[in-house]
Design a protein around this ligand. Structure first.
Ligand SMILES: N[C@@H](CCC(=O)N[C@@H](CS)C(=O)NCC(=O)O)C(=O)O
Length: 206
């Protein structure tokens, strides 16, 4: 297995945590795609992922898989029992629902703020920006944090009793928020406590 990514970026971090949770980190060859210099927009990379984004998983038979959720599904089923994406129909559905809420309402909202309302990755990469929309996405990200805080007031993890792909997405979303200087409001104490707990996982600590 090969993973094309850029270490330290939020979406690649999601897959790296999933790999570590499954004990697969050492089975993967990581190949750096120089995103800050636009390598993800070259014809060679667009053939692997037409969306022009990292991470991408490449299997030994040449199959390329993009989107962190799809990659995590593969990783989770590659060895042992699935632990990140659920077993029963209900678990799987709830995890995917909460994952998407964390992704759209937090991670992607922060990303849109970063890419549109700040210098982002610089003029070479940020070829179209709409600051007003970016600023609106910052408000959306704070609303997303508030929603997640409310969920975590009632249960230890976003999809219930167990750590899952949904938690990985939200954790990466908060890391991106730090990087983009979007502060977690002080009174979101459940979200903060959850974050501190997740940060202690060996897969996250590294
Ligand atoms: N929905 C995608 C998001 C991937 C993504 O946006 N990756 C960022 C790095 S964190 C990227 O490659 N951005 C390139 C760009 O903004 O041009 C996923 O789940 O993998």
């Amino acid at each position: 297995m090969k993973i094309y990514d850029y270490q330290g970026f939020p979406n690649p971090a999601r897959v790296r945590i999933a790999l570590a949770e499954k004990g697969l980190t050492n089975k993967v060859q990581f190949i750096t795609i120089d995103v800050p210099n636009g390598e993800h927009r070259t014809p060679a990379f667009l053939e692997k992922n037409p969306s022009g984004a990292v991470p991408v998983l490449e299997l030994d038979d040449g199959t390329t898989i993009s989107e962190c959720t799809a990659i995590t599904e593969y990783i989770d089923h590659a060895v042992g029992e699935p632990t990140l994406t659920g077993r029963s129909a209900k678990e799987r559905a709830v995890i995917h629902m909460m994952q998407r809420r964390a992704e759209a309402g937090l991670l992607d909202a922060v990303g849109s703020y970063f890419h549109h309302a700040t210098p982002g990755l610089g003029p070479k990469i940020e070829t179209y920006q709409c600051a007003e929309w970016g600023d609106h996405q910052k408000k959306r990200a704070i609303a997303g944090m508030k929603y997640l805080d409310g969920v975590l007031a009632k249960q230890p993890y976003l999809a219930g009793e167990n750590f899952s792909m949904a938690d990985i997405t939200a954790f990466a979303g908060l890391a991106f928020a730090d990087f983009a200087k979007v502060d977690i409001p002080a009174d979101f104490k459940h979200l903060k406590a959850w974050r501190a707990r997740v940060a202690e996982r060996p897969s996250v600590k590294g």
